[in-house]
Design a protein around this ligand. Sequence first.
Ligand code: PPE
Length: 298
Amino acid sequence: MKKSEKIWMDGKFVKWGDAKVHVMTYALHYGASIFEGIRCYNTKKGSAVFRLEEHVKRFFESSKIYRMELNYTKKEIKEAILDTVRKNGLKSCYIRPLVFRGYGEMGVNPLNTPVHVMIAVWEWESYLGDEALEKGIKVKTSSWNRMAPNTFPFLAKAGGNYLNSQLAKMEAVLDGYDEAVMLDIDGYVAEGSGENIFLVKDGVFYTPPVYNTILQGITRDFVIKIAKEMGYPVKEERIPREMLYISDEIFFAGTAAEITPIREIDHYELGEHKITKEIQNKFFETIDKCDPKYMTIV
Ligand code: PPE
């Protein structure tokens, strides 16, 4: 990764190299962390953050599920995020706020451990390779399923959930694919290791509903809104695996992945990404013109 200058840690800026924790940090042993992934873009009106409000809201909701009390208000965290971007002088960057249980106690009861917050930013260009946005990627249906309901809260963007994502991603990469798509425990399409998924068939958009154990993505929400505005019907419904193979187009949506076309899935080739490109163009246009409905100027 490309390092930057300063990291915001519990209210203070520290040098990138000094942002350290003890090896007995609770989160390292028991996975107790919550994070967000946000992007700041260099727009026509200067640097601006995409859907800051929504990301901060989910950050607090995820923390609430795990009973991690933040000693900051949403407004303070929003300001801290903007300050961290300013402090590092980056025109565009990826923003990673993290809450974690720190050093102090061991054992499965986390209630008495200190809760820390940090915000880091760095330059993160393409998530799935340089040609991904343009040409699309090769995807595999994972042999790993998403977690079952009432096991790990899937609405929380918790570090621990990403052990599941890592298994799927490693399998896909070792098998020669760019990314994995996971099914839920009933075998219905859920999402990628770090992205939500959309299918386009006969001019209709399909995406799994939240109960298929997906992260309720903020980019997903944007795609649903703009697809409807562009006149496409959008159906949030259960998707059988084989529908991936007979769709006209499939794409991933997420903060890091942005709008990434899928050109091949389980060796089934997909057609030209005409509608996907319309969505992708609209996404980058909204960002570039710094639409105040979605963007917060740094
Ligand atoms: N599903 C998962 C499992 C997921 O991790 C993400 C974001 C999404 C859906 C899309 O959500 P949203 O970003 O709100 O549209 N994944 C973040 C972390 C990726 C990483 O490798 O780290 C991201 O894209 O920032």
